[in-house]
Design a protein around this ligand. Structure first.
Ligand SMILES: [Zn+2]
Ligand SMILES: [Zn+2]
Length: 243
């Protein structure tokens, strides 16, 4: 039981950390720089953390840049305004992402600048073999440690980890919560102290200042990823743009 709880919590935060730190703040917004060694390190980190729900940092960055440019318009790859429920939106986003990943969607050059790229690794991490192998590993962990078969109901949570994080922000943080800024889109801040989503929930602040690596702006707000970013900067693993 204890091992299952630890796995649920650790998987949530590892997957979320790499998504917000690497895919979002680095690949999509270039809020800091890193050497190609560290870039490859975080690619491998993403593969381990996201496992069966691996998302290509490059394809994510293309889709996310389109979101910022066209938020809540017809060209937005995911806006709650076009869907009656979160599930249909995430299903459609999955298809949009797939078309970007296989190169079917034409991405204008301006969205491709300074996006990290490791195509051979991306291909391996995205392959069915990799995804099934990770899924089998999660399942084996539950077979070994789960006190009863009821716990297997938690397995889809592991298989779909990154998609769950995506829907919370792309749906919830364009629908619920509060706004510090009147921006042209519907973005909101979900939580003032965003322990659950590691700062991603401060989405209205982020839409107003996309280049700012700290998503917290008011005295009562806290973005847990920002102290980690500051630490990685001090350790010379990354270089913050403004530093
Ligand atoms: Zn948004
Ligand atoms: Zn963003």
């Amino acid at each position: 039981m204890t091992y299952i709880i630890i796995f649920v919590v650790v998987h949530w935060y590892l997957s979320l950390f790499i998504q917000t730190f690497f895919h979002h703040r680095y690949a999509s917004h270039g809020q800091f720089k890193m050497s190609s060694f560290w870039e490859k390190f975080f690619y491998i980190f993403a593969w381990i953390a996201q496992g069966s729900c691996y998302i290509s940092p490059k394809a994510y960055a293309y889709m996310h840049r389109l979101h910022h440019e066209h938020a809540d318009t017809d060209e937005d790859p995911h806006t709650p305004l076009h869907f009656s429920n979160a599930l249909s939106m995430i299903w459609d986003t999955k298809e949009t992402y797939r078309k970007i990943w296989i190169g079917e969607t034409h991405i204008p050059e301006k969205y491709k600048k300074n996006v990290p790229s490791w195509d051979s690794f991306d291909k391996m991490a995205h392959s069915a073999v990799s995804k099934v192998a990770w899924g089998a590993l999660y399942t084996a962990f539950y077979v070994y440690f789960a006190p009863s078969a009821w716990f297997y109901l938690l397995l889809p949570y592991h298989y779909l980890q990154a998609a769950i994080h995506g829907v919370i922000i792309n749906w919830g943080a364009h629908k619920y919560g509060y706004r510090n800024h009147t921006v042209e889109d519907t973005s909101t801040n979900l939580f003032p102290i965003d322990i659950l989503m590691m700062g991603e929930g401060l989405h209205n602040n982020h839409h107003q200042q996309p280049a700012n690596p700290n998503f917290a702006q008011k005295w009562f707000e806290f973005d847990p990823t920002y102290p980690i970013i500051s630490l990685l900067h001090k350790l010379d693993i990354i270089r913050l743009r403004r530093a």
